[in-house]
Design a protein around this ligand. Structure first.
Ligand SMILES: *Cc1c(COP(=O)(O)O)cnc(C)c1O
Length: 395
């Protein structure tokens, strides 16, 4: 089983785990331990020297966490993975690993707010500069690359406007310049998009979202296609910065991942039904969804994603006041940031996730005051549409 190539859904359930190695336990055991006891002083010395495999201390590795990492590596078609205590711990570890003072990071315009905050810290304190640019053509990408660019960092679809970035194009140009590419794949999940297959170097996730899928864990994952490099990060940045995941959270993620394909299919189906409904609503102006045929980047979305996913953004006529009124009238749909949970969530980017972005930049990014983002959950879409309908009639 371990080395056999299997379909992705099968990998989500089996990869990285052998029950014979764990007292025949069907479910992955939870090794809730901080440290590991050595049989002899010499054995401890061998483990510290890396001459013998086995537990040392859970910040350096834990058997439950290791199953999660091997499973995630298989799920993203990579060679190695590292699990972290949050998506931001994953982002910061990879950026610290890839850069040194004087280097430059090129990013898509529209990145996760805390990633933007991290880039500013790197710039102010460690002389690692960055630019945010629209990277939608070969010319634009070439023009944005500087002599000291060491990393292109992208998100696609871009939050919350669902702009699509052509991963293959970026990877091709970056390779020519020997620049590493990192993709934050949180919005798509490994089920819908696999950037390593398209030529990038690292994929990362806020596993808080679709990977866990149940709204009860904060966690992050980095997957790479060079096992040695991943192990170097484990024994440097991850070990010494210490942003590791707890064994219990890893255990919950392993449990969540087993149903990821089933959940993503339902998130996507529900989202498609909601998009169809929103198109009929007079007070909805624009709808942003990757697989909507009116999306200008529909073709690129089809090329690199196997489904449109569970996130929809739309603008309400009347701006902030009407958008907030709609939210307040909802009864079933919860007002909350985050995404990828069983519960359908709605948030107002201008005053919530993107409130730190200066107004001018925010509007340039298409994040208007009337924009709302829906993370479509796993409820029956009839009830979700009913809830939206009754709220729209109050506007
Ligand atoms: C949530 C999120 C993050 C940060 O992850 P945490 O688990 O909250 O630390 C990073 N990138 C994207 C796209 C996210 O949605």
């Amino acid at each position: 089983m371990q080395n056999k190539k299997v379909q992705k859904e099968t990998a989500y359930i089996h990869k990285g785990y052998q029950s014979v190695e764990h007292q025949d336990s069907l479910a992955v055991p939870l090794y809730q331990t901080s440290t590991f006891a050595f049989e002899t002083a010499e054995q401890g010395a061998r483990r510290f020297a890396g001459e013998e495999t086995g537990g040392v201390y859970s910040r350096l590795g834990n058997p439950t966490v290791r199953v999660l990492e091997e499973r995630m590596a298989a799920m993203e078609y990579g060679e190695g993975a590292l699990a972290f205590g949050s998506g931001m711990a994953a982002v910061s570890a990879i950026l610290v690993h890839l850069t040194k003072s004087g280097d430059h990071i090129l990013c898509t315009r529209g990145i996760y707010g805390c990633t933007f905050g991290l880039l500013n810290i790197l710039q102010e304190k460690y002389n690692v500069s960055h630019d945010l640019a629209i990277l939608n053509t070969e010319e634009a990408i070439e023009a944005a690359i500087k002599p000291n660019t060491v990393c292109i960092y992208i998100e696609t679809p871009i939050n919350p406007t669902m702009e699509i970035v052509d991963i293959e194009l970026i990877a091709k140009i970056a390779k020519k310049h020997r620049i590493r590419v990192v993709v934050d794949n949180t919005f798509s999940s490994p089920y819908l998009q696999n950037p390593l297959k398209l030529g990038v170097d690292f994929v990362l996730h806020s596993a808080t979202k679709y990977i866990n899928g149940h709204g009860d864990v904060i966690a992050g994952i980095v997957v790479g296609n060079d096992k040695e490099e991943i192990e170097r990060i484990r024994l440097s940045v991850q070990k010494d910065f210490g942003g590791i995941i707890s064994p219990f959270d890893a255990w919950l993620l392993i449990r969540g991942i087993k149903t990821m394909h089933v959940r993503m299919d339902r998130h996507t189906k529900n989202a498609e039904e909601l998009v169809a409904y929103l198109k009929t609503v007079a007070s909805v102006e624009n709808i942003y969804y990757p697989f909507d045929t009116s999306n200008p980047q529909y073709e690129i979305a089809r090329k690199q994603m196997s489904g449109g996913g569970g996130l929809i953004s739309f603008t309400v006529v009347g701006g902030m006041k009407e958008a907030q009124k709609l939210m307040n009238e909802l009864k079933l749909i919860k007002i909350a940031v985050s995404l990828g949970d069983a519960e359908t969530l709605i948030q107002h980017p201008a005053t919530m996730t993107h409130s730190v972005v200066p107004e001018k930049e925010r509007l340039e990014m298409g994040i208007t005051d009337g924009l709302l983002r829906l993370s479509v959950g796993l409820e029956n879409s009839i009830d979700l549409i009913e809830d939206l309908k009754q709220a729209f009639t109050k506007l």
